[in-house]
Design a protein around this ligand. Structure first.
Ligand SMILES: Nc1ncnc2c1ncn2[C@@H]1O[C@H](COP(=O)(O)OP(=O)(O)OP(=O)(O)O)[C@@H](O)[C@H]1O
Ligand SMILES: Nc1ncnc2c1ncn2[C@@H]1O[C@H](COP(=O)(O)OP(=O)(O)OP(=O)(O)O)[C@@H](O)[C@H]1O
Length: 542
């Protein structure tokens, strides 16, 4: 269905080609998962299929890509619209209308489908993606995850034969991600749709893949059976990490298969010592002094009460994960802590101040927010310019921000425009900008969107160090693996209210939605991460 013949892509100014020698075929009716570290060219490869590369991105395309027999060099994306449905990494960039229903119908209208067909498909899609309650809402009023669902829905209504998806679950809560993947699998199995999908969170997707295509910078692409590719892939989900550690063959890719193999490992771990995230460091200030408090906080977004009486106290040295369904109010709570949303009632204080009444220059010394879309924070013309202004704004030593970027993602091109960075590279830059001011309270909204496992591990290390130095970290996340790895404490929001708040293992163990893979595999043990298991096995062997 999709063929690549000696495909290469070279962007202007880049020293090496982004893609080189891609020569393979993806058959009709298969789900092919594209994996690889940040910047390895996944989005670029997807773009050659949807026709965005080189028409909209610049650069030079070598070789030939055909989809259903059409050469994508000769067909612009709109000439492929009946055949290929594309969802990019940024749903907002996609939207052509203002409201949910209109967006779902737009693609069908441009293809001239009859009104009764359009009506039926819109209704089906609203149900399929849990959007029925939001049907008349303005797209700008939706939460990040709600926008991502609309973007996916808007291509599904067209019933394209090929779907090209760039990290389709990155903003979705765990339940919604499972639902979307189940829908995709049904399209593949029942309708013979061909799906090419890039995703970093392999724990969510690898079990659905018929084939995995691995891109590694500087090496030829590898296409193969998921278990075969995963046995050697530098990027892999925790279930694979645990399987490799335990020497399981063939390598299980699902929690269920791993559980069946795990009796021996459970026995070896019986009585072994479990090391959790280090407990919060005692702070210089009195431990009783919180850095931030929300008290019976009510916040309205338009007519919607997005927070309904939230009580939360954040202490120095503590990393707290904020979890909960799409639209539960996570971003709103982070926004309230930086003064973006004034309380309708109740109160919020940060470092003794009321955020929405504090001057920005003063507030950035108290609290920093890395927003869900890092573009909201980046205005510079280049990585260098962005870093220089971050140093200035924060009153930091020149070079501070650039050093942080290097630590998070070595080798980023200084002259690159933030617009041309890959999604993961851009997030890294935004993180460094915020961390430059070293505020006592650091807020992150979905910080691992678009990050590969290596970048995620470096982020974990940096945030742990900051916590050990007495910073408080609050991260809104759907990434259960990150929460397990990093957070001391987890709070769960549901429909604007905190419904659970306690030590992370107590909150996530036994929860089908929030438990990480290792916890599910080794239950009833209290293990959360591959790291903990590896440490315990090493200690036991000594
Ligand atoms: N329009 C462009 N102009 C110049 N360089 C680009 C452009 N688009 C991408 N690049 C560069 O090409 C490389 C690959 O980017 P791409 O977005 O394809 O990677 P990726 O594997 O999808 O990364 P991620 O996982 O972070 O999304 C990066 O180094 C990026 O900076
Ligand atoms: N201007 C608005 N008008 C109406 N409703 C709004 C508006 N802005 C936000 N909302 C609603 O407020 C609720 C909370 O949104 P918020 O972005 O805080 O959710 P979230 O938990 O961060 O979601 P996600 O996980 O999808 O990012 C959502 O239901 C959203 O649709």
């Amino acid at each position: 269905m999709i063929t690549f013949e000696q495909v290469g892509v070279q962007y202007a100014d880049a020293t090496a080609p982004t893609l080189n020698g891609v020569d393979l075929t993806i058959p009709e009716g298969e789900l092919c998962l594209l994996v690889g570290p940040s910047g390895s060219g996944k989005s670029t490869l997807l773009g050659t299929v949807s026709g965005l590369v080189p028409h909209f991105t610049g650069g030079v395309l070598h070789g030939r890509v055909t989809v259903g027999g059409r050469d994508t060099r000769e067909h612009r994306p709109r000439d492929l619209a009946d055949l290929v449905g594309t969802v990019g990494q940024d749903p907002r960039a996609h939207f052509v209308t203002d409201a949910v229903e209109d967006e779902l119908a737009y693609g069908m209208e441009s293809l001239g489908l009859p009104p009764d067909v359009m009506r039926r498909r819109v209704e089906e899609t609203l149900d399929l993606l849990g959007l029925a309650d939001l049907r008349r809402r303005a797209l700008t009023s939706l939460s990040g995850g709600q926008q991502q669902r609309v973007a996916i829905g808007s291509v599904l209504t067209v019933h394209p034969r090929v779907l090209v998806l760039d990290e389709p679950t990155s903003a979705l809560d765990p339940g919604a991600a499972e639902e979307v993947l189940a829908v995709l699998q049904r399209l593949v199995h029942d309708l013979g749709t061909t799906v090419l999908m890039a995703e970093h969170r392999l724990e969510r997707v690898v079990q659905y893949a018929d084939q995995v295509l691995l891109l590694t910078p500087g090496a030829p692409p590898v296409l193969g059976e998921p278990a075969e590719v995963m046995a050697h892939s530098p990027v892999h989900p925790p279930v694979v990490g645990l399987g490799r550690l335990a020497g399981w063959r063939p390598l299980p890719l699902t929690v269920r298969d791993a559980r069946r193999r795990a009796a021996g490992l459970r026995a070896r771990l019986d009585g072994a010592r479990l090391n959790g995230p280090r407990p919060p460091a005692p702070s210089a200030a009195s431990p009783a002094t919180p850095l931030a408090t929300a008290s019976r906080l009510v916040v309205r977004r338009g007519p919607v009460p997005a927070l309904r009486g939230v009580d939360l106290t954040l202490h120095p040295g503590e990393v707290t994960a904020l979890m909960g369904r799409n639209g539960a109010g996570k971003s709103t709570l982070l926004g309230a802590l930086v003064g973006l949303h004034p309380p309708a009632s109740g109160s919020v204080t940060v470092g003794g101040r009321t955020p929405h009444r504090t001057r920005p220059a003063e507030l950035i010394r108290q609290v920093g927010l890395v927003p869900q879309d890092p573009r909201d924070l980046l205005y510079g013309e280049s990585v260098t310019a962005e870093c220089a202004s971050a140093d200035r704004d924060a009153g930091a030593e020149p070079g501070t921000c650039r050093a942080l970027v290097e630590r998070l993602l070595p080798g980023l091109d200084d002259t690159a425009h933030p617009r041309d960075l890959s999604e993961g590279q851009r997030l890294t830059l935004a993180l460094a900008v915020v961390l430059t001011a070293r505020p006592p309270l650091i807020l992150l909204d979905e910080p691992t969107r678009g990050l590969d496992y290596a970048a995620k591990a470096r982020l974990v290390e940096i945030l742990r160090d900051l916590a050990a130095e007495g910073h408080a970290v609050l991260l809104a996340t759907h990434d259960v693996e990150l929460a397990a790895e990093l957070s001391h404490r987890t709070a769960v929001l549901a429909d604007g209210e905190i419904v659970a708040d306690g030590p992370t293992p107590d909150v996530v163990l036994g929860s089908p939605a929030f438990a990480p893979q290792v916890a599910k595999i080794l239950a009833p043990g209290r293990w959360l991460t591959v790291h903990q298991v590896a440490e315990a096995l090493a200690e036991a062997a000594e």
